[in-house]
Write a protein of this length. Sequence first.
Length: 75
Amino acid sequence: MDIKEQITKVVEKISGDKDLQEQFKTEPVKALESILGVDLPDDVLDKVIQGVRAKLTAEKASDVMDSLKGFLKKP
């Protein structure tokens, strides 16, 4: 199983679904299992959860930076 591929898949699904975002915040294991459709070993789940959190945080930071750049360019 390619963990990076699974992380990308989960991030894409979570990014577009507010309900999944909330479920991931409160019950990350259940959210992952529902998205991936499989019951993964705990060590794999932990790696995927950490990777998803890191990517989601990076995306949010990027969005904020883009907003600031647009704001600063306005006359």
